[in-house]
Design a protein around this ligand. Structure first.
Ligand code: SAH
Ligand code: SF4
Length: 412
């Protein structure tokens, strides 16, 4: 029996070097492979023309470059793009590209499903299926980056990015957030391998501040991340006290707020630009009162942070509702008046349900994925017809992102 091929996307630079050494090849071959795969987006070993023929033959026998198969590729009216990716056994995960004037952000998944089971999260409701491999995680960036480089719309936006010289890098994706499906810090080793590739100049060369790990609060792994790969950290808080957080984020029973915030303080010296982001999903009548806003101010008083208020994306099984725009306004005002930095997340790609927490993912049977794809296509057409009016409505409610402007407009 032939042994299965290794996926070269699974290796960070050191691991690639070790693999190449194991094949009795010179170290520069590993650098060439990194360039072909991550910088040029080449997956066919036959096309790696400056590798010796004998080395190519060895690789063809033992290795491959494999990212997750795409089940569905959707475009939203606002330029957001969403891919549904097959992770086998009838399961799927999603990645989303969100273009903005000054950046292109890719939101990627780290697990198929999630075991944390937050009350307001559709991924959590679907249960845990499996960890993604490092190759499946970085493969989402590999695939999206190289696909978008051939998309004239995406390229046009790159020229507007504020980083001087960015356009000469040829890269479209400037930021990566691990805010798709799954809890990244419960798939630690694979996530760190993927993070290293994101930061590596031989691969994607992103700065630490442009890569964000979002966590529901796996305390010991926050400490490890500070040592291993201190990228930007976003902590999903959602409640100002343990009693409520226990209900919304069950992981709080294991790592309560006192421990979580202590870990955040320990992370701060390692965090890019010395601050953290706290995410707070605005749930009508659950965590959005004035009293809770004041409690949040007290809780975070000593931590250098930004609070990102996320309008809840409803899904039927949750039984929860999104806070009204007025309530979010009032809540944000309390934070701002107390001198905190707070933003309200824009809802994006609404016509393809591309916002956080709406990522579909875990599907028990592939036939259903297909059926749903057809069904959603139909819905998408309906949306496209009404796209302009839908977009306008959403933009009016939640744009621009920064609440100071947002509040002004509501006031005016
Ligand atoms: N597991 C990680 C990262 C993935 S979730 C975490 O929990 O941080 C990414 C973000 O989307 C988190 O802040 C999460 O709380 C938020 N989220 C999940 N479901 C949501 C929903 N239905 N509406 C709005 N935000 C949601
Ligand atoms: Fe998992 Fe994050 Fe969803 Fe909670 S919010 S269930 S941690 S993916």
């Amino acid at each position: 029996m032939t042994s299965p091929r290794v996926n070269l996307l699974d290796f960070d630079a050191d691991q690639m070097a070790a693999y190449v050494a194991g094949l009795n090849e010179k170290p520069f071959r590993a650098k060439q492979l990194m360039q072909w795969i991550h910088q040029r987006g080449v997956s066919d070993i036959n096309d790696m023309s400056d590798l010796a023929k004998s080395f190519r033959a060895t690789l063809l026998d033992k290795a491959e470059v494999l990212s997750l198969p795409v089940i569905k590729d959707e475009h939203a009216a606002d330029g957001t793009r969403k891919w549904l990716l097959d992770v086998g056994a009838g399961n799927a995960v999603e990645s989303v590209f969100i273009p903005e004037d000054d950046r292109g952000t890719l939101c990627i998944s780290s697990q198929a499903g999630c075991a944390v089971n937050c009350r307001f999260c559709s991924t959590g409701h679907q249960g845990f299926s499996r960890n993604l491999t490092a190759g499946e995680i970085i493969g989402q960036l590999w695939f999206a980056e190289h696909l978008l480089r051939n998309d004239p719309n995406a390229i046009r936006r790159v020229e507007q990015y504020p980083t001087p010289g960015w356009e000469h890098t040829g890269r479209v994706i400037s930021n990566v957030v691990l805010m798709g499906m799954g809890e990244p810090l419960l798939n630690y080793d694979n996530v760190v391998t993927a993070l290293r590739l994101m930061l590596d100049d031989r691969a994607y060369g992103l700065s630490r501040r442009r890569v964000t790990v979002s966590t529901s609060g796996v305390v010991p792994m926050i400490d490890r991340l500070a040592q291993d790969c201190p990228v930007a950290l976003a902590v999903s808080l959602h409640a100002p006290n343990d009693k409520l957080r226990d209900q919304l984020v069950p992981l709080n029973l294991k790592y309560p707020l006192r421990e979580l915030l202590a870990a955040c303080e320990r992370y701060l010296p390692f965090a890019p630009r010395d601050f953290l982001t706290f995410e707070y999903c605005m749930l009508d009548g659950v965590n959005d009162s004035d009293i809770q806003a004041k409690e949040l101010v007290r809780l975070l008083a000593n931590i250098k942070c930004k609070i990102n208020l996320i309008p809840f994306n409803p899904f039927p099984e949750s039984g929860l509702k999104r806070s009204s725009a007025q309530r979010i306004h009032a809540f944000a005002s309390i934070l701002l008046d107390a001198g905190m930095v707070a933003t309200v997340r824009k809802t994006r790609g609404d016509d393809i349900a591309a916002a956080c927490g709406q990522l579909a993912g875990d599907v028990v049977d592939r036939t259903r994925v297909r059926e749903r794809a057809v069904h959603e296509k139909q819905i998408q057409h309906d949306h496209e017809e009404a796209a302009d009016s839908v977009d306008d409505e959403e933009e009016q409610e939640y744009q621009p992102e920064h609440p100071v402007q947002w509040l002004k407009r509501l006031d005016g």
